[in-house]
Design a protein around this ligand. Structure first.
Ligand code: CTP
Length: 417
């Protein structure tokens, strides 16, 4: 690619905010002053060449990234977190710059070898070409050199640009998925995100051998990949593709296919004041029709937090209980639903359109009696379990319309005492 074309992209404020452009120039100047070849790599280069707005910068240097980081903070400020073993540093940018994200990874070029399939790699120092060769796909294996007069030179030793233009996701070597099966999930994300295709030779590598290695991955690593999928705009298509490629059985034998009837709800904005995340919503919908035992077992495999397991369990239990709750009084609904996470109730509402669930979320859960424990004490009642019972009965009377104002509540209370 001619240097001028790349420079035009690097100076396009629609692709790269001016503040980020300044940051890159500052880094480039420091690298040149230290005679240290310095590169922008990975997703940044891919998205820039695609003409997509880029946010995350990844900086790689042929030299000591820690020394480089120290020079940057003494010149520009901020602080450094060091990972000596990996020769990397995280630069926490000066607060006054107000940049998002407010950190920047500084990495020493490295070569990775895998002692065992699916294990974390062993890292040794190397050249930028080695660094690009250790990566997942050709489209992620390009670099732009930025130090001094080299500013704007594209390094593309593996044909990343041609694959970007043909819309192809292609691994760099046949052992790539066996070395790191999280790349299978990444391949799907890129394929669907950019409407690309897996190169036929790469598709063939998603086979029993590489799927088998998924079984060796920790729950946390698999969940991280699934989380990333749920955070994507086209998550439904991605999870469908993952099912087509038969990934789920390797994660857990009981992990079902995602029910296509629920796809639309992945995109749904949650209303009311319910805190929600796309990932939690994703798992709730996925496991909605699984049994209690299956949810507990899948939750253990994927190292769910106890809150997430509880929420997924609550969804499936509530959906199964709806036929028994149907036509109950509002107070019965309210007392049954009150113990469950609000988001679980909302998800079951979306899927079933059971109006009582929406009534609970929007109105019933806020209904309280006026009478308090102090009022009961003032009336000479001894505090004890009876207190709670009376207050619950009063609340039920409000919920079920047996009491409509304060006077009626007092009459109701008098009758109870
Ligand atoms: N990478 C890799 N193998 C992995 C994970 C990452 O080779 N299993 C490399 C790729 O070169 C990738 C870079 O590390 O481009 C950065 O990874 P990450 O930040 O996860 O991805 P991005 O490329 O930034 O893509 P995304 O837009 O999905 O975040």
């Amino acid at each position: 690619m001619p240097k001028e074309d790349l420079l035009r992209l690097l100076r396009d404020p629609n692709l790269l905010l001016p503040e980020k452009q300044t940051l890159i120039s500052d880094i480039a100047a420091q690298a040149a002053a230290m005679d240290m070849p310095c590169y922008l790599v990975g997703g940044f280069v891919r998205d820039l060449l695609l003409g997509e707005r880029t946010n995350d910068l990844d900086i790689v240097v042929e030299g000591d990234a820690i020394k480089f980081g120290n020079a940057l903070i003494s010149k520009f400020g901020g602080t450094l977190t060091l990972h000596r073993k990996f020769h990397t540093a995280i630069w926490h940018l000066p607060e006054t710059w107000n940049l998002v994200p407010d950190t920047l990874d500084l990495i020493t070029v490295r070569k990775e070898t895998y002692a065992e399939s699916g294990a974390l790699p062993t890292v040794t120092l190397a050249s930028i070409e080695d660094d690009l060769r250790r990566r997942d796909f050709t489209i992620n294996a390009m670099a732009i050199r930025i130090d001094g007069g080299h500013f704007g030179e594209l390094l593309d030793p593996l044909g990343g640009r041609a694959d970007l233009e043909s819309g192809l996701i292609r691994v760099l070597h046949p052992g790539s998925f066996v070395d790191d099966p999280t790349r299978i999930f990444r391949a799907i994300r890129y394929e669907i995100r950019y409407s690309f295709s897996l190169h036929p030779s790469t598709l063939k590598l998603i086979n029993s051998e590489s799927l088998f290695v998924i079984q060796k991955l920790s729950g946390e690593r698999i969940r991280h990949e699934l989380d990333l999928i749920f955070e994507e705009e086209k998550s439904a298509q991605m999870i469908l593709r993952a099912g087509e490629l038969d990934l789920f059985k390797s994660i857990h034998l009981k992990l079902p296919l995602f029910n296509p009837d629920y796809f639309d709800f992945l995109e749904m904005d949650v209303i009311l004041d319910i805190p929600a995340s796309r990932t939690v919503i994703g798992y709730m919908l996925w496991l909605m029709d699984s049994s209690e035992d299956e949810i507990l077992s899948i939750g253990r495999r994927l190292e769910f937090t106890s809150d997430l397991t509880y929420s997924a369990w609550a969804v499936s239990q509530l959906k199964k209980s709806l036929p028994f709750l149907k036509d109950s009084k509002p107070s019965v609904w309210t007392f049954a639903l009150e113990r469950l996470p609000l988001l679980s109730i909302y998800m079951v509402y979306l899927v079933t359109r059971e109006n009582a669930l929406l009534d609970f979320l929007s109105v019933w859960r806020h209904v309280k009696a006026h009478t308090t424990g102090d009022d009961l004490k003032a009336r000479g009642l001894e505090p004890g379990p009876r207190f709670g019972e009376i207050l619950t009965q009063l609340r039920a009377a409000w919920l079920d319309g047996d009491v409509k104002d304060k006077e009626q509540e007092i009459e109701y209370l008098n009758a109870l005492l």
